[in-house]
Design a protein around this ligand. Structure first.
Ligand SMILES: [Zn+2]
Length: 420
């Protein structure tokens, strides 16, 4: 049975060139005393935008692991797949993120809702969660509303799970259910009900990605009440522990934090809750590696800097089209975007300091960063011209990719240390 370790990090990059640099960050983690298992993920959406095949992620991961002699487990995640897109991920992947956010609030058959409510009378009333002083209150009304809202989506996850199981065999892959790309956060009470339904559906999930409160915009810091987030995360962990015991879900079940890169202001809370509940998290970061490539290119100067400027100009010109697929996970203030003519006059230092996520730097521009984050399609269109410069400037780029992942992510989340 494939079992995901306590600490894991979703890595990967749009163009499958940084697997080695990412693995180097995990190696630094092991040296510092924490085994963080890498999971290379790339969503179906990103594959479609780039025109890549899921097998390319597997090939890059396998090559990096062989080259660096990584001995711990590693996985390839079919990220945000559903029944209609899972097929080409069946051979190369061993981790599946079944995205059912689009099915939330679609009506399940009344009989199955009634059944669920009848079967789970234990979910009604005051539920005391071990390790938490705050009980969860579930009224009869909340139970039936939540069942009505999520049951159809969970049945859909069941269909996806069984399709994968039929192809790969039981226990030969890791299952995650994601509901993060939606407008409304799920409360810890809803999470508990959802987990009961997932257990009923027979899905042995090892990670679950709820939507947390606050905004998880791509590549920038958390926006929201960090104290409220801390409380919610610790209740979610308590709900998971309760569901594992009550419904027989896998004992290593943990939260998966999507759009997890660069959420610096909540990393201390994530670390503290993990310690409190002696559990781990799966932190998904992948998209920002492409920004590290851009930073590396800009830092290299010459052709690299020129290309980074060209990519900005193109992204600026096509911002509406590039942003559309990411509407729920970006927040760009168009008035803060510099005109391409201005950016064309920038030095390496000006470009990298606008883009690099250093909140202490007055030059840091989060609107520019988010636009470039969704702008990888521009680089994909450049094809060999972009890839050639990536290869020519590999050393500078790798330094940025490894440093970002280790210093700004693995250290604060899994070691409880601030970036140096
Ligand atoms: Zn996600």
């Amino acid at each position: 049975m494939l079992t995901l370790g306590k600490y894991s990090i979703g890595v990967g990059d749009r163009f499958a060139h940084q697997a080695k640099a990412q693995l180097e960050a995990c190696i630094l983690g092991v040296k510092a005393g924490v085994d963080v298992v890498p999971v290379w993920n790339k969503s179906n959406r990103e594959h479609l935008i780039i025109g890549s095949e899921p097998s390319s992620v597997r090939a890059a991961a396998d090559a990096a692991v062989a080259e660096l002699g990584w001995k711990l487990p590693y996985y390839c995640d079919a990220d945000h797949i559903n029944l209609s897109t899972v097929e080409r991920f069946l051979a190369p992947c061993d981790f599946y993120t079944m995205d059912v956010a689009d099915y939330i609030a679609k009506p399940a058959e009344q009989a199955s809702i009634d059944n669920f409510i009848r079967k789970h009378s234990e979910l009604k009333g005051t539920i005391r969660l071990e390790g938490s002083t705050e009980p969860i209150e579930i009224s009869a009304e909340l139970l039936s509303q939540t069942a009505a809202k999520f049951l159809f989506a969970i049945q859909e996850a069941g269909k996806i799970y069984r399709t994968i199981e039929a192809a790969k065999g039981k226990g030969r892959f890791i299952s995650e259910v994601s509901m993060d790309e939606t407008d409304f956060a799920q409360t810890p009470a809803e999470l508990l009900i959802i987990l009961a339904a997932i257990a009923d559906e027979g899905i042995p999930i090892q990670t679950i990605a709820p939507k947390f409160s606050g905004r998880f915009n791509k590549g920038v810091d958390y926006v929201g009440d960090t104290a409220k987030f801390a409380q919610e995360m610790s209740l979610d962990m308590a709900a998971i522990r309760h569901a594992v015991a009550a419904y027989g879900l896998p004992g290593n079940l943990k939260l998966s934090v999507h759009s997890g890169s660069d959420k610096f202001s909540i990393y201390p809370a994530i670390y503290a809750s993990m310690k409190e509940f002696d559990t781990g998290v799966h932190l998904k970061t992948a998209g920002t590696n492409w920004l590290e490539e851009l930073i590396g290119l800009a830092e290299s100067g010459g052709d690299g800097l020129a290309l980074a400027k060209e990519i900005y100009a193109e992204a600026y010109a096509h911002s509406a089209e590039l942003c559309a697929p990411y509407a729920t996970v970006i927040d760009i203030d168009p008035t803060k975007l510099p005109a391409p003519a201005e950016v064309n006059g920038w030095t390496s230092e000006q470009y990298t300091s606008a883009l690099r996520h250093d909140q202490r730097s007055p030059a840091y521009n989060q609107s520019l960063r988010q636009l470039l984050h969704v702008g990888f399609k521009v680089a994909a269109k450049m094809g060999p011209r972009y890839l050639g410069l990536l290869e020519a400037n590999e050393a500078v780029i790798a330094k940025n990719v490894t440093g970002n992942l280790y210093e700004r992510h693995i250290k604060p989340v899994f070691l409880g240390q601030s970036a140096s």
